[in-house]
Design a protein around this ligand. Structure first.
Ligand code: SF4
Length: 136
């Protein structure tokens, strides 16, 4: 079983209330080869919600209004890890650039579309636990 970002599976859980459908990911979920999880919804953030980025200099997650939402994203990461452990997940395919799911590159916190090296909060935690994370 693989863990995937729910928005990639067609769930309308992105910050703008839309999905980021990748038909191959949805097919995996439909065939029960993958489990779809949205860390930000698990962390208590609503749909739709304000846009957030990790301010890479401070490692805090700030929304577009300057509100610190780090605690919610950490909670979502912990809950995602619980699910991953329950299903003995060894691999995850995650939505690129997200402050939760991004792998390798994330927006830098300037809200100017600039990318920086780094992982989203959930991706970082899953990696620390030995789960192979790939971003798409
Ligand atoms: S937190 Fe992850 S799964 Fe949820 S909308 Fe953002 S990228 Fe998609």
């Amino acid at each position: 079983m693989i863990l995937v970002s729910a928005c990639l599976a067609g769930v309308d859980c992105a910050w703008d209330g839309k999905n980021r459908l990748d038909p191959k990911i949805k097919e995996m979920v439909d065939k029960k080869e993958a489990i779809a999880v949205c860390p930000e919804v698990l962390g208590g953030r609503g749909i739709p919600r304000t846009k957030t980025e990790i301010r890479v200099s401070t490692a805090k997650v700030i929304d577009e209004n300057g509100v610190d939402v780090t605690a919610e994203l950490l909670k979502g990461a912990e809950k995602t890890l619980e699910i991953a452990k329950k299903y003995n997940i060894k691999e995850a395919i995650l939505k690129s650039k997200s402050p939760s799911c991004g792998v390798g590159k994330i927006y830098d916190g300037s809200f100017k579309g600039k990318l920086a090296d780094g992982d989203g909060i959930t991706a970082a935690l899953l990696k620390r636990e030995g789960i192979l994370c790939r971003g798409i």
